[in-house]
Design a protein around this ligand. Structure first.
Ligand code: SAM
Length: 350
């Protein structure tokens, strides 16, 4: 897939002025958060995400090509980049990409806020090299703290110990604060809620429960299977009383809570029961170089196609700006006529 592409150059850093970001959508939202899927492959086949039948469906770009595209976005006002997949730790060249990204400066002259979402399986060996290359933080996906349930979900024997080792290596390397993402499905792993609250305190991590969205490869989603924010808060509160924390920033997706002694934190991301589209600051790039302006977009914008056909840097920047301008106002989960997006989560990049 890799076409020969020059590495784009970022212009001279401009003065700090929030007004200079060109990435504002037609609903007035400033887009400053870019999520980039750097591979479509994954070494887990989590039952709520994948059918277990299919491997990668979409190609990967070269590492230099991702770098060139990310530079274009940064040039326009992106300040936060999250690498994801598929499983990003499978991607050869990841450390080099992180090192290059860490040397970029935003239009405000600051380093990027650089994070990565991973299943954690290979993190034990990669946490330190990633930190040394300039990664700030990791989010690790973990859907149970019980080994048997965990491995029933991932369908990979030995995965629980591997991920636990990865989390501890990340803490030792200083990739903190470590966030743990847990997708809850009623009747499947929702009995893990209270134990996750203890886990957050024991392992010094922020556990974030995510409501299950209709983004799976199969057809599993129903409103009944979603465990809503309110229920999670009530259940944990019965065991360990909670105190709500203020958001870190306006576009934060998680409602945050701490415990009575202020030791440990949990967060709840409720895209289904308490959608946060009005504060969305995100845009996504798929592994094959398409822009997605919403997880639930019905259309994709073929940025890489334009690169291959020889568009200039300024034309590409204009294209990104016009794409962002078309960002959807909100998703329509649970409404009559809701259409599943053209790709599932593993092929978009969470
Ligand atoms: N492989 C990496 C990982 O496991 O974190 C990155 C990709 S994975 C698709 C990103 C996140 O999406 C994971 O935390 C996963 O649990 C979450 N996810 C997958 N399907 C989802 C769904 N239908 N609803 C909500 N979250 C989902």
């Amino acid at each position: 897939m890799a076409a020969s592409l020059p590495i784009f150059h970022i212009p001279e850093t401009q003065p700090a002025d929030p007004g200079i970001s060109r990435l504002r959508d037609s609903h007035g939202r400033v887009i400053h958060d870019l999520r980039v899927s750097i591979t479509d492959r994954c070494n887990y086949k989590c039952v709520y995400c994948r059918t277990g039948e299919l491997g990668a469906q979409y190609p990967e770009l070269g590492i230099d090509e991702y770098l060139g595209i990310i530079r274009l976005f940064v040039d326009l006002g992106i300040t936060k980049v999250r690498l994801t997949g598929g499983e990003p730790l499978l991607r050869r060249g990841l450390i080099d990409l992180v090192r290059e990204l860490a040397s970029l400066r935003t239009i405000f002259g600051e380093p990027l806020d650089l994070a990565l979402t991973t299943n954690g399986h290979l993190l034990d060996g990669l946490a330190k090299p990633l930190k040394d290359a300039g990664l700030d933080r990791v989010t690790v996906s973990m859907d149970a703290v019980d080994q048997t349930i965990f491995e029933r979900i991932t369908r990979v024997p030995g995965s629980y110990q591997a991920v636990l080792g990865g989390i501890r290596a990340a803490r030792q390397a200083g990739l903190t604060p470590i966030k743990i993402n847990c997708v809850l499905l009623r009747g499947f792993n929702d009995d893990q809620v209270e134990n996750f609250a203890h886990f957050a305190r024991q392992e010094d991590v922020i556990v974030r429960f995510i409501e299950f969205m209709p983004l799976e490869e199969g057809r599993l989603w129903t409103p009944e299977i979603v465990v809503p924010l309110r229920e999670i808060v009530e259940r944990i509160g019965r065991v360990l009383p909670l105190r709500e924390l203020p958001p870190n920033e306006a576009s934060e997706t998680a409602r945050r809570y701490t415990f009575e002694d202020c030791r440990g934190e949990i967060g709840i991301i409720a895209p289904v029961t308490q959608a946060f589209c009005g504060a969305c600051s995100r845009v996504r790039l798929t592994s094959d170089g398409k822009i997605r302006t919403c997880l639930f977009s019905q259309i994709e914008h073929d940025l890489y196609g334009r690169i291959r056909s020889g568009a200039s840097e300024e034309e590409l920047r204009e294209y990104i700006v016009s794409t962002i301008n078309q960002k959807e106002a909100r998703h329509h989960i649970g409404e009559p006529g809701f259409l599943k997006p053209s790709r599932s989560m593993v092929h978009i990049g969470g």
